[in-house]
Design a protein around this ligand. Sequence first.
Ligand code: SOE
Length: 386
Amino acid sequence: MSSPLRIAIIGYNFMGKAHSNGWLQASKFFELPLQPVLKVACGRSEAAVQAFADNWGWENVETDWRKVVERDDIDVIDISLPQYLHHDVAVAAAKNGKHIFCEKPMALTLAEAQNMLVEAEKAGVKHYLNHNYRRCPAIMLAKQLIDEGKIGRIFHWRGTYQQDWIVDPEFPLTWQLQKETAGAGPHADLNSHSVDLAHYLVGDIKSVSCLTANFIKERPLASGGETAFSSGGGSGPREMGKVTVEDASLMMVEFENGAVGSFEATRFAPGRKNHNYLEIYGSEGSITFDLERMNELHYFSRNDPAAAQGFRKILATEPCHPYVAHWWPPGHMIGYEHEFTHAVVDFVDAIANDRTVEPNFADGVKCIKVLEAGLQSAAEGRKVYL
Ligand code: SOE
């Protein structure tokens, strides 16, 4: 039996569940060098965090995150909180020598993100930033094909990330729609994923030109039961408040390697529930990926015989694909939640074997730099160089 790795999770909503599942599944399907122990769950509401802990098997609960980061029976702080809380928790965790597994977007501002990186490095702790789509086997296959030169010199990147959960003007003013808590709208929440994938698959970005739009300026104040994707069912006349983030963002970029790209992020695309779609075009071929068909990678090669050319659909569920051998027999699908398990596997390995894991806070800083430049470009109506 491997030695224990004692985890504390802070936050118990959507990501709290996704992370808990990752921590639980990892050692059941993979051989881990350390055994995650679900030690403490922390949240503001004692009743809610207790119910969460009972359901997922966290040993005990706390309502004050400061106490959690100071506990000496904890090795890892899992930050499953909204981004406005990441900085303070991450810095305190680092100062207390805890490894950090952190949700995206990394922070509200570049300055916060940079400080998180500095403190984590100073403390010598491992830091992981959960841009989970990197750990989709089909995305890793895309990376492998690109690294092998299969699509040649990259000319174009196109990343679209569309959702529709706030199209209804009655959808309440949740924390995701306010600058103080979210930093930005889909430009932060969704483009943070897309920019991370573009960095991973194409390379560094050197300039951005961005425009943002705000379709609904005021919304009913939130009453408490809401989450992303759900209005919580409140009804009746309610007081209104100002939406202080953008509803949509369109960004054009130049990459250092000469490629050009576009990013589109919105929560106003009816029918698009979580449509994370990307296209990459190069001198030798092309790649496309659609999260709604996440086990598939579409690949076109200009080097195939002319009569047989065409996009081929590769099902990335063969045991030769990353992580897949640990799950089900060939052709048996995996899903969204598996990406979190894969992240846990790599994070635990990094701790046990003193390796870095990616994406980490350095990647997060790079990502936020692009996002902030995008907002600056939109505000000033000009191209911004990084
Ligand atoms: C909400 O827009 C959200 O949950 C994001 O915050 C996640 O990162 C994304 O994976 C799905 O949508």
